[in-house]
Design a protein around this ligand. Sequence first.
Ligand SMILES: Nc1ncnc2c1ncn2[C@@H]1O[C@H](COP(=O)(O)OP(=O)(O)OP(=O)(O)O)[C@@H](O)[C@H]1O
Length: 482
Amino acid sequence: MACKHPRVDDAHVDFLPENKLLLNAVGEGIYGFDLEGNAVFINPAAERMTGWKAEELLGKNIHDCHHHSHADGNPYPQEECPIYNTLHDGIAREISHDLFWRKDGSSFPVHYTSTPVYKNDRLIGVVAIFRDISIQKQTEASLREALKQVQALSEKLANENDYLLTELASHRQEVNISGESETIQSLIQQIKLVANTSSTVLINGENGTGKELVARNIHALSDRSDQPLVSVNCAAFSPTLLESELFGHEKGAFTGATSRRKGRFELAHQGTLFLDEVAELSLEAQSKLLRVIQEQEFERVGSSTPIKVDIRLVTATHHDLLKRVEQGLFRMDLYYRLNVFPLHVPPLRERLQDIPLLVSDILLNLNHKLGKKIKGVSKQGMQHLMAYHWPGNVRELQNVIERQTILCHGQILQIPALQAEPQPQDKGEFQTLQQVEAAHIRRTLKRLNWRISGPNGAANLLGLPASTLRSRMLKLGIKRPA
Ligand SMILES: Nc1ncnc2c1ncn2[C@@H]1O[C@H](COP(=O)(O)OP(=O)(O)OP(=O)(O)O)[C@@H](O)[C@H]1O
């Protein structure tokens, strides 16, 4: 932009004479103006910053040279200029959000002061001292950007932390498995054996038998126990959501992916990942899982950068997974990868002798939770519990006990007769009374692991003295299988 009206008024140029040497040495730009707003002094720093030489500007109207427009290109009238206002009212000003235009048409952000100069109490001009604050602005912008990233990261960490703390808090007490039956004791042995290896474990069993409890025990007994145990119920998500839940996603990977998110595989790094209901994985997710198991690496949804993880995998299902393989619903190669160490959790109806111990553990928790003082279950109540077939397994037992505990006012819990065990299918053949009696005794003995006497023995449950039961067994030819 061309500057107009070159006019030097010698009468006004010498208001800074003694300081000129000093002013030429400072790093900040300095202009001296006469009362007309024309430049009477320009130091070398100002020349460097604006690209104008002093001789080009001296005597000219400085506002027109590099203060002519705002950043958006709109005109900047002289009447609004703080420096020119100081010229008129003699009041000092300090401005931090403004810009100066250079000779080459570019601009830079400035911080400046405009200070009135008096001689013999008479205002004779103004000194403007300015600094190029581009670097400061850039630093501020990068700091703001860094702060945004730190805030996003700390929010994400807080979420992950919340998830892990909730997991820990809700399961801290479940590091034991109650049961004295042979099957449970042998299960506990196997858990202890496998826990300290890094082998993949596949837990199979009906709903409510304690598969998740087994997984927690494996983790708790392993050398990864101070790292997270992360659980995912594969049946709880649609195939697309499950993929992003497991592997995470990049920002914008799909509609609704407003920020980058870590998947459960990353959260479980160095710990244990428990995939419950693993049979529900889509074939696509199965391929991805197979790759993680083989290569210990995967990509987030929407990214091609591989992420390496070190996890111990424990899976569970209530399905016959091999049957799912035969039906083409589950990859055979993945099945073999998961089934390295299979564990079977038996249904409660096959280990009825565990009921008294389970009930006493459940009551202990419930007394604490509900503020009750129940000491135990009545004799008849226990018989009712032992006579039931428990399709919902331990979870159903917990629910029955909790329901009755809430209703109970005394110290001994009464349990009503529970829905009777379904009879064997009527195949259209008549059975004699003796055959029905033999089948019933055999079934009861089997469920009680062939225990005859004692409070949890079959004789007690059938309402007979143990000696009578033994002679009936002899008569009916019932023997414990070898
Ligand atoms: N042997 C046991 N001792 C103590 N508590 C048990 C035992 N088995 C199961 N439970 C309890 O029974 C409840 C159900 O167990 P869990 O959730 O582990 O079963 P699950 O087989 O994983 O069920 P689902 O297949 O429905 O997910 C839990 O509260 C668990 O703590």
